[in-house]
Design a protein around this ligand. Structure first.
Ligand SMILES: OC[C@H]1CNC[C@@H](O)[C@@H]1O[C@@H]1O[C@H](CO)[C@@H](O[C@@H]2O[C@H](CO)[C@@H](O[C@@H]3O[C@H](CO)[C@@H](O)[C@H](O)[C@H]3O)[C@H](O)[C@H]2O)[C@H](O)[C@H]1O
Length: 348
């Protein structure tokens, strides 16, 4: 009667873990993670800004604690993430005057970072999100510092460095809004190019930060099948389902600061109306039905957090909102969706 048990013959069921849970300070959270999930990923402590704050200084304290937590619970551990343009320490791509470093220096820094981090957890981490969010919605390369300095080559280099550091580790490309045709096509081309060059890639991670009306399940399914056709595994890596409106980024500062607008953007500060909760449960169940339908290609489904109060969605893009995007409530009690998923799994 747990997610882990019910899904053990289907796919890994995972969650993002924060430092309070991994350290055991959040006992209730740590207990639900141990009991319900067969896989974990660090929400923040393995990102370059957190783990490599200065060129000659690494901070492995929280990452070591996180990996030990997963091993104690006999869970499959994923490393997130080696090369990403966000939560990236400033020193990584620019010199003291703020100028882009040379391609040679960046290659050396990427190699040092990836080799040091991957080697430290060699044989303990099943797979790594080697590169995260490298494409725009339309499929164009995101103009990150990595791309500015090394062009498209920074991605194959990152995968090569990771493979050299731990030849047995699985290597993943991870991105969001993967149901969009432009990004879908770009990722398929990337996988084919890497494979043609004999560079190891094992899976594509579809983050799955979805809403009540986006994306269409049929478009999400199309991407899952298209990615599987390239011969790699497909994983859902950061699943959450928001029920609160997405603020319009083009709204003026005056309006966005207004009480009315804030109220509109935070419609359920206390609790979720029953009919909204029912619609949310049905939508999340539709996604899990899709994953169970394709359990032959889906090897892992990871939620981006355990309980609603853990979610980044409460503070993005506006701070202090109340969202309900995950499977457990703010008291770490399972929501009705948990029982539904367990029943669906028994049927499949
Ligand atoms: O944005 C959601 C997903 C999208 N895909 C990639 C995935 O990695 C990303 O996860 C989110 O990535 C976000 C950053 O982009 C994370 O948010 C950061 O989370 C960090 C750790 O808690 C925060 O850093 C802390 O900030 C505190 C005060 O601001 C400081 O006191 C702390 O020292 C600092 O660690 C950052 O401000 C905050 O921006 C979210 O927790 C995390 O859930």
């Amino acid at each position: 009667n747990t997610l882990k048990e019910a899904l053990k013959d289907k796919f890994l069921i995972g969650t993002a873990v924060n430092t309070l849970q991994a350290s055991g300070k959040d006992k209730a959270g740590a207990e639900v993670i141990r009991e319900q999930f067969s896989a974990i990923v660090a929400e923040n402590c393995m990102k370059s800004q957190e783990i490599h704050p200065e060129e000659n200084r690494y901070n492995f304290t929280q990452a070591d604690e996180f990996v030990a937590f997963g091993e104690k619970n006999d869970q499959t551990i994923t490393g997130h993430t080696l090369i990403w343009h966000t939560q990236l320490s400033r020193w990584f791509c620019v010199d003291k005057d703020g100028k882009n470093v040379s391609p040679e220096i960046l290659k050396k820094r990427m190699k040092d970072h990836i080799t040091t981090v991957v080697k430290r957890y060699k044989g303990r981490i099943k797979g790594w999100d080697v590169v995260n969010e490298a494409f725009e919605d339309d499929g164009e390369y995101r103009k990150t510092k990595f791309y500015e300095i090394l062009g498209e080559e920074y991605i194959p280099l990152a995968f090569q460095y990771a493979h050299e550091a731990d030849p047995n580790a699985e290597l993943y490309y991870n991105d969001y809004s993967m149901a969009l045709p432009g990004r879908r096509a770009a990722v398929i081309k990337l996988v084919k190019d890497l494979k043609k060059r004999g560079i190891r890639i094992d899976a594509i991670g579809m983050q799955g930060h979805v809403g009540m009306d986006y994306p269409k399940i049929s478009e999400f399914e199309k991407s899952m099948l298209a990615f599987a056709e390239t011969g790699v595994k497909v994983m859902i890596t950061e699943l959450d389902l928001t029920v609160i409106p997405s603020p319009n980024p083009n709204i003026g500062a005056e309006v966005s600061a207004s009480f009315e607008y804030k109220k509109e953007m935070n419609p359920y500060p206390k609790e979720l109306p029953a009919e909204v909760a029912k619609a949310w449960t049905a939508r999340m169940n539709d996604f899990f039905r899709l994953f169970l339908k394709h359990q032959d290609i889906i090897t892992r489904v990871t939620l981006w957090g355990v309980a609603d109060h853990n979610s980044w969605r409460n503070d993005w893009p506006m701070n202090g909102r109340t969202d309900y995007p995950l499977l457990f409530d703010r008291n770490y009690r399972p929501k009705p969706i948990v029982d539904l998923i367990i029943k669906e799994a028994a049927r499949k």
